[in-house]
Design a protein around this ligand. Structure first.
Ligand code: SF4
Length: 378
């Protein structure tokens, strides 16, 4: 008899896209259907060999673009999940969708496979910015996909948005947020555009072809977003995430609460029994290692206890509710004051955190300056 260890979350990575967006540094490639088929075979094997001893509460299929798979491939992937995961036990089953790649048939396959949450990468409702970013869909296509998913009975839809594009104005961003809220998603992720080294957008800004917004302008947009979405009835529960009551993303909350997860696929990370490890990132190497029965794991680390405690606090502070002293002791084995008394005092005085001896969380000012607050705990 197999004794199942309870792990909250399973992540499956589909590292394929139709083309690369100019800001993207995710592990994704543009490739042909044969590689996708071979990759799916490897995923099936990894699912079979890895997860039979675990039971999960959430599954998240992300990418890349999971819906770049054709209908047969998507059906194959979701059937493998159904085969190896105890679906009735799941509280949340999410798949990421790119509006340029979702057919009616794929939406039906998702629904029939018990997917109950769809995260739609809309990013912008302005066609000019969609084109600039290299997105493969228009704003109208994105709206149609949203309505189509609703009509298919998906009642938990999340929309991903990006703001802070070169030359974007606050007025334009407000219009985009209005369009987004007009659709009525249960969840909205709104991220400020980041300039990752090695991406085309960095070259374009370095050469002067595009002008980055100033930090002040980005900050204004961040604060505006928080106020706007809270006014529309969304709970600002994480630095960049907003949800209607009870619709917070359970899967991502597992990461923020430093709980365990298993990752399947190229470059996917897992965190089990205090050990973090990851699979080979390169898709072709991942497939060939599996074929020749070599290890898929290429990195692992077990953090020293104090470093782990820092990480627990930093991740927890991403949530607007922060972390209670009791939970911190339970997760890390340390008292907050024992490790961080000086930082807690300084940051409280600077108005960046709120620590009432029972719970620590970022203040509004702290949320806007979260990156610098977090470095204090490293
Ligand atoms: S669709 Fe997503 S993963 Fe694919 S290139 Fe664009 S940003 Fe990257």
């Amino acid at each position: 008899m197999i004794i199942q260890h309870h792990i909250p979350s399973l992540y499956i990575h589909i590292p394929f896209c139709i083309s690369k967006c100019i800001y993207c540094d995710f592990n994704s490639i543009v490739t042909n259907s044969q590689v996708v088929d071979e990759y799916l075979g490897t995923i099936e094997e990894e699912l079979q060999s890895t997860i039979k001893k675990y039971s999960f509460k959430t599954v998240f299929i992300g990418g890349g673009t999971p819906t770049v798979l054709n209908e047969t491939q998507l059906d194959r992937l979701l059937s493998a999940v159904t085969k190896y995961v105890d679906i009735p036990n799941l509280k949340e089953y999410t798949i990421e969708v790119n509006p340029g790649t979702l057919s009616d048939e794929k939406a039906i396959i998702m629904k029939n496979s018990h997917v109950n949450r769809v995260s739609i990468g809309i990013q912008s409702f302005n066609d000019r910015y969609l084109k600039l970013l290299g997105r493969i869909h228009s704003a109208n296509e994105a709206k149609d996909i949203f309505s189509n998913l609703r009509a298919k009975g998906f009642n938990n839809l999340s929309v991903d948005m990006i703001y802070g594009y070169p030359a974007q104005t606050l007025n334009e961003w407000q219009k985009e947020l209005e369009e987004c809220c007009g659709l009525g998603p249960e969840h909205i992720s709104a991220y400020c555009l980041t300039y990752e080294q090695g991406t085309p957008i960095v070259e374009m800004t370095n050469s002067g072809a595009l002008n980055k917004l100033s930090e002040e302008e980005e900050l204004k947009m961040y604060e505006f977003t928080n106020d706007f979405l809270c006014d529309k009835g969304y709970n600002h529960y994480e630095i960049s995430n907003f949800a209607k009551q009870g619709k917070e993303c359970r899967h991502n909350t597992v990461y923020w609460e430093n709980r365990e997860y298993i990752g399947i696929g190229a470059g996917a990370f897992s965190y089990v029994h205090g050990e973090r490890y990851s699979n080979i990132k390169n898709v072709k190497e991942y497939i060939s290692s599996a074929k020749s029965k070599k290890r898929l794991k290429c990195f692992s680390e077990k953090l020293p206890q104090k470093q782990r405690a820092s990480e627990i606090l930093i991740m927890a502070l991403r949530m607007t509710s922060g972390i209670s002293r009791k939970d911190f002791i339970q997760r890390s084995g340390f008292d907050l004051n024992e490790l961080f008394q000086k930082q807690l005092d300084n940051l409280t005085q600077a108005g960046l955190i709120n620590f009432d001896d029972e719970r620590v969380k970022l203040t509004r000012k702290g949320l806007s300056l979260a990156d610098s607050v977090m470095t204090e705990f490293m």
